[in-house]
Design a protein. Structure first.
Length: 185
């Protein structure tokens, strides 16, 4: 069984080149939720030269739309959403300094190229395990676009959040290698 690495978000830029597709990681630190509606608004702000809700430099985006928090909890269910819906925005965000993304599913060739070009990483979280994901989120604060409800931009603090390195900055991609392995059977 492969080793599980613990990585702090603030150390991810340095750690990204040491990660390989398939590596298991426990992430800790600040991440931002953002989905398609928020990405569209952030892009419009960038296009107009306005400030965006958070600095993309060395940031990690978690593609999620958490449910409302139950009493005494920082957040409701918070599983990953399909990352492909953000693919039209991801290369620009990566070129502006984004170091990591967490979601589920494949990415386009353009996103994979931007990950490599920028020394970044794409992690997959387990879909259908929103309650498990929520148990690793220690705080949640809406920081932009509150009118979007569950799709508002939130600042989360996560501890030992379980992910798998899906696409690394060396061109490793579990979606490609996994398919190739099963095609040989």
């Amino acid at each position: 069984m492969s080793e599980i690495r613990k990585i702090r978000i603030e150390d991810l830029r340095e750690a990204a080149p040491t990660l390989n597709a398939g590596d298991k990681v426990l992430l800790s630190g600040t991440v931002y939720t953002s989905r398609d509606a928020a990405h569209k608004r952030i892009t419009a702000l960038l296009d107009s030269g306005s400030d965006i809700p958070y600095d993309l430099k060395d940031a990690v985006i978690y593609y999620a739309g958490p449910t409302p928090s139950p009493e005494g909890k920082p957040i409701g269910s918070c599983g990953p959403t399909t990352s492909g819906r953000m693919d039209r925005y991801a290369p620009r965000f990566l070129d502006l300094g984004l170091v990591g993304m967490i979601g589920k599913g494949e990415r386009t060739d353009e996103v994979c190229d931007a990950i490599e070009r920028n020394g970044a990483v794409y992690f997959c979280a387990v879909g259908g395990a929103g309650a498990l994901a929520a148990s690793r989120i220690k705080s949640c604060e809406v920081i932009a676009f509150e009118d979007l409800g569950c799709e508002s931009v939130k600042r989360l603090y996560i501890e030992d959040f379980p992910v798998v390195t899906a696409i690394d900055c060396h061109g490793g991609n579990i979606f490609r290698t996994g398919r190739a392995e099963y095609a040989e059977i």
